[in-house]
Design a protein around this ligand. Structure first.
Ligand SMILES: [Zn+2]
Length: 82
């Protein structure tokens, strides 16, 4: 039986969420693994609050897989150095 971190449930099994655009108030659909989705109505970026243990769990990378882990650990940014 594999160990499963409950904190990653939303990432391991993506679920569709509806968020409200802060600009126009429209509904914005995004999956639980999406960091950001542009509002289809006005283009306003709507950020997703991913509730995960990535920030503190040392097993997150193994749990999620390197690709997903890196994607979530480092959101789209041009910064090359920490
Ligand atoms: Zn909008």
């Amino acid at each position: 039986m594999l160990f499963k971190c409950p904190g990653n449930a939303d990432i391991r099994t993506p679920t569709l969420k509806i968020k409200r655009c802060p600009k126009c108030g429209g509904d914005v659909e995004l999956f639980s693994i999406d960091m950001k989705v542009d509002c289809p109505s006005c283009g306003q970026p709507v950020f997703n609050n991913i509730n995960s243990c990535i920030d503190y769990c040392q097993y997150a990378e193994q749990c999620l897989g390197t690709e997903t882990y890196q994607k979530l650990k480092k959101p789209a940014t041009q910064a090359g150095e920490d």
